[in-house]
Design a binder for this molecule. Structure first.
Ligand SMILES: Nc1ncnc2c1ncn2[C@@H]1O[C@H](COP(=O)(O)OP(=O)(O)OP(=O)(O)O)[C@@H](O)[C@H]1O
Length: 486
């Protein structure tokens, strides 16, 4: 249990969305394809995928390449062969039905009317052939007739099969409460042991049931018999009630309210669980399966520094982290996603050692720390101190021979320095940047602008003290002074 919770805690919210979205897509495909021929290719596709994965895993280069080729070719062939099935999914009146809802028989079949009409046709010796498709598609087996679309009534059925009607020949297709097509040619049965009393009408009824899960009613013109063809063969039906029962069972009008309804719910439930397991397995294989290592350099950051404390010296400024995790996760890992944070709340003045552990490293979920180098950071801590330090002008170059500097004073002459103790006590002087003596060309009282050298770098000086003015007075040398200097 702990392991599962640990594992879940390493997952990102994006991972849950990833799994949920793909599970839903696969589940919707199942719901939409259920009953169509396309669903039959799923085991073959799964087998090909498993074979390709195994070949890849075993390093069989040519086999992997060949299976990939087969998959690509099969995909193109499937699109061509199953174009009608694919089109029927996308031709749905409401595009939202792709994402939501379950395909169901929206309209119920008027079983009573059909049963009564059938026996009336039989009584009047009017031949008829009515197809009630099941869950499977039948379009590929039939020769399309004339589109109809009329709502079923007794008169309509009688009229369609009336022998003076030009569309009476062939079969009609009944879906829900409508006749969708008339004059349809059905495939003939190839069975050789059919009783001789049956002619081509009954052979067509039997043929349709051999290739699909449809139910077909045949009314014999010659004998006035009603025959029902189904997967279990041909059966003569003697009464309206018996025909009603057969049609009820086939169209599922009662089933939906009974145990069969729950069977369907359980079926979808199981499909949902299978889809979820498949996608979780796939996700696990892709994102967690191939663990890999990555080394990354991360700067050390410090928090909780006590007031009046500062870092004088650190043994390192960066830490090398050896990380493990899935390849895609480590590939997308950026240094800014990782932090090495040392809390200095407990640090004391002087030397302190801080261990680099899991607690001091912030890693994205799914990434684990294997090793940190160095494993610890040595810090010398000091307290913050202030001092007033005198400024010294740092002259450079050579002054003109005829000039002598009588006085030169930096302004400000002292600067307030903030630094760390111990250390700042040793700072006795701050120097200006180099001031070239060549810039004084004639005797005068004037000023020069210069900067201050902030050294050591750990000290801080006020911003306005970073530039200063030198007030100087240069005078003419006397002849005697010049001779003496020579
Ligand atoms: N493949 C077919 N698809 C659809 N309808 C067909 C097909 N073959 C025959 N029929 C229908 O059956 C009629 C011919 O029936 P036929 O007399 O050969 O059959 P039967 O089984 O002996 O029936 P009946 O007892 O009514 O004579 C055609 O006029 C046509 O309407």
């Amino acid at each position: 249990m702990d392991n599962i919770l640990n594992f879940l805690s390493t997952m990102r919210w994006q991972d849950f969305i990833d799994i949920f979205l793909n599970t839903y897509i696969i589940f919707r495909l199942y719901v939409l394809l259920k009953g169509s021929r396309l669903i039959r290719i799923v085991p073959a596709a799964a087998l090909l995928w498993i074979m390709r994965t195994m070949a890849l895993y075993m390093g069989l280069v040519v086999t992997t390449w060949a299976i990939q080729g087969i998959i690509a070719a099969a995909a193109i062939i499937l699109i061509i062969v199953f174009r009608d099935d694919i089109a029927s999914i996308f031709q749905s009146k409401n595009p939202l039905s792709f994402f939501w809802g379950f395909p169901s028989r929206k309209t119920s079949t008027p079983i009573e009317i059909i049963a009564r009409s059938t026996f009336e046709l039989a009584a009047k010796r009017i031949g008829a052939l009515m197809v009630f498709p099941g869950k499977q598609h039948i379009d590929e087996y039939i020769q399309k007739g004339i589109e109809w679309g009329g709502k079923i009534t007794e008169q309509m059925l009688m009229t369609i099969f009336w022998d003076k009607n030009p569309v009476h020949d062939g079969a009609i297709i009944i879906k829900g409460n409508k006749v969708t097509e008339v004059s349809v040619i059905l495939p003939l049965s190839k069975k050789e042991d059919m009783p001789s009393k049956y002619g081509t009408r009954h052979r067509a009824a039997a043929g349709m049931c051999e290739v699909s899960d449809a139910l077909v009613i045949a009314v014999s013109e010659e004998r006035g018999h009603v025959t029902v063809a189904s997967k279990s063969g041909l059966e003569d039906v003697k009464s309206i009630e018996a025909l009603q029962e057969i049609l009820t069972n086939h169209t599922g009008e009662i089933k939906k309210r009974g145990i069969e309804y729950w069977k369907e719910i359980i079926e979808f439930g199981i499909a949902g669980i299978v889809c979820l397991s498949m996608i979780t397995g796939l996700w696990f294989g892709l994102s967690r399966g191939k663990e890999t290592l990555k080394t990354i350099n991360v700067p050390v950051e410090y928090t909780d520094i006590k007031q009046g404390f500062d870092i004088i010296k650190a043994s390192t400024s960066t830490v090398e982290l050896h990380l493990s995790g899935s390849m895609p996760l480590l590939k997308s890992l950026k240094p800014e996603n990782i932090k090495v944070l040392l809390k200095l709340g407990g640090a004391t003045v002087g030397s302190n050692t801080f261990k680099i552990s899991n607690d001091s490293i912030v890693l994205p979920p799914g990434v684990n720390l294997k090793k940190a180098e160095p494993g610890e950071v040595e810090l010398v801590m000091g307290g913050v101190a202030y001092r007033k330090v005198p400024v010294q002008i740092d002259w450079s170059g050579k002054l003109a021979e005829n000039i002598i500097i009588e006085s030169a004073v930096p302004d400000p002459a002292f600067i307030d320095v903030t630094g760390v103790s111990p250390g700042i006590e040793n700072l006795t002087t701050l120097y200006t940047e180099k001031v070239p003596l060549e810039s004084i060309t004639e005797p005068a009282s004037s000023t020069l602008q210069t900067g201050i050298v902030v050294f050591p770098s750990s000290i801080k000086i006020p911003e306005k003290a970073k530039t200063l003015t030198i007030k100087y007075t240069a005078v003419q040398r006397t002849e005697g002074e010049m001779d003496a200097s020579r």
